[in-house]
Design a protein around this ligand. Sequence first.
Ligand SMILES: [Zn+2]
Length: 66
Amino acid sequence: MTEPVRCARCGAVLEKDDIALTRKMVNRGTETFFCISCLADHFELTEEILRIKIREFKAMGCTLFD
Ligand SMILES: [Zn+2]
């Protein structure tokens, strides 16, 4: 059984979108992932903006968001 991937900052269990967004915003090769609210905090954005970005990345066909 695979352990769930957790946010490196708050420990929240991450969804695939959170992982893809971390790769997109931080580094493609990162092994450290963050939930959407910690990413928002880190980049001084709102979760709302990040959710819109996820939709945009998907719409652009970004391969990280399969
Ligand atoms: Zn977090």
